[in-house]
Design a protein around this ligand. Structure first.
Ligand code: ATP
Length: 354
């Protein structure tokens, strides 16, 4: 097991700066997510942590040892790729035992270890089967078996479930998390899927254009996004962002928008009134007596809940309501927001004001 510290790590490919100076710590035993859209630099960050790419500058510590310029083979780590690279001509047992045999471990010990791992992964029954005959899920289990059999200090996974269909993906992500909880090894996991990151991660780093936008536990990132980017990257549908101007009453140290009056956070003073008002769809309540009003434009039925699209004076706002709530398209209604669930952003910088 291992603590991993990233300190001012930067990566340039020629003149292109793929990862800007980044710092964060992965604690021992954590399931740690690198989350962001395509091209944001998450894979490059993971590859630098694993030793598959060397940083242009900065330091990487694994268990207190600076390994930034060391190759993967000298870092005692294991990598699980999206396209689970197994040896097709070998059976399951041989695929899992290969890393140990190539390290020179005695055969009897290898056999014992492979059976232990097969037990953990629930693949004892298929140890003698050729990998070519297996389903996607079983292949993924074998790939995991091959990664964990060496007891590495840390695991690095780059979208390991990316090739699976949605239903199976959810099942495997639960299995992967349960496996991690059983063996407790530090795991760093790359994904572009915000739901996967929130479901599986102890901590999340959200990246955008090579920079860290936010770092923390899933709930804090979801509830208190540090930027408009994070507010819109997490959540389905994402956080509503309504742009408004000139509604900040600096003198009274309050923000007013329709019925809502909020105390101004100290950082907001001098923000000049160009703000974005952020609220998650599940925090919008409809109340006919409210002064802030909108017109129901459309309704998306989602089973137990429905997403109601409202035309407001500041743009379209989405509310997530129980499907049993009666809603009429074309009707006008009032909206209320609990001030504790609102995040304000500086419209220009996109940063949250606290
Ligand atoms: P994806 O999910 O699409 O892989 P990502 O967030 O993992 O995206 P990276 O693969 O880290 O992003 O790539 C970040 C940026 O660096 C991209 O613009 C990519 O084109 C560029 N890049 C990555 N590897 C190289 C390379 N070897 N040479 C040049 N540019 C590269």
């Amino acid at each position: 097991m291992a603590q991993i510290i990233i300190e001012n790590v930067r990566k340039d490919f020629g003149s292109f700066n793929a990862v800007k100076s980044s710092s964060f710590t992965v604690e021992d035993g954590e399931f740690f997510m690198l989350l962001g859209p395509s091209g944001c630099g998450k894979t490059t960050t993971l590859r630098m942590m694993a030793g598959l790419e060397l940083p242009t500058s900065g330091e990487i510590y694994i268990d207190g040892e600076e390994v930034g310029q060391k190759p993967a083979s000298q870092r005692d780590i294991a990598f699980v790729f999206q396209m689970f690279a197994l040896y097709p001509h070998m059976n399951v047992g041989k695929n899992i035992s290969y890393p140990l045999l190539s390290q020179g471990m005695p055969k009897a010990q290898v056999k014992k270890k492979v059976h232990e791992i097969a037990e953990i992964l629930g693949i004892t029954e298929i140890l003698n089967k050729p990998v070519g005959s297996l389903s996607g899920g079983d292949r993924q289990r074998v790939a995991l078996g091959r990664a964990i059999v060496r007891d590495p200090k840390a695991f690095f996974m780059d979208e390991p479930l990316g090739a699976l269909d949605a239903e199976f993906r959810e099942h495997m992500s639960e299995e992967l998390r349960a496996l991690h909880d059983r063996i407790g090894a530090t795991t760093v996991y790359v994904t572009h899927d915000q739901l996967e990151a929130m479901q599986m991660g102890d901590k999340i780093v959200v990246m955008n254009h090579g920079s860290i936008e936010q770092f923390g536990v899933p709930q804090d990132i979801y509830d208190w996004p540090a930027s408009k980017f994070v507010a819109q990257f997490l959540g389905s549908p994402p956080m509503n962002l309504l742009e408004f101007n000139g509604m900040v009453d600096i003198g009274a140290k309050q923000v007013r928008m329709g019925d809502i009056t909020m105390d101004i956070p100290p950082s907001l003073e001098g923000a000049n009134g160009a703000l974005s008002f952020g609220i998650r769809p599940e925090h919008v309540k409809l109340d006919d007596s409210a002064r802030y009003r909108g017109r129901v434009k459309a309704v998306e039925y989602l089973g137990t809940t429905q997403i109601v699209l409202l035309d407001t004076p500041n743009g379209v706002l989405k509310a997530r309501l129980p499907s049993s709530d009666p809603v009429t398209i074309g009707a006008t209604t009032g909206m209320i927001f609990d001030p504790r669930t609102i995040t304000l952003f500086d419209s220009q910088t996109g940063k949250a004001l606290r």
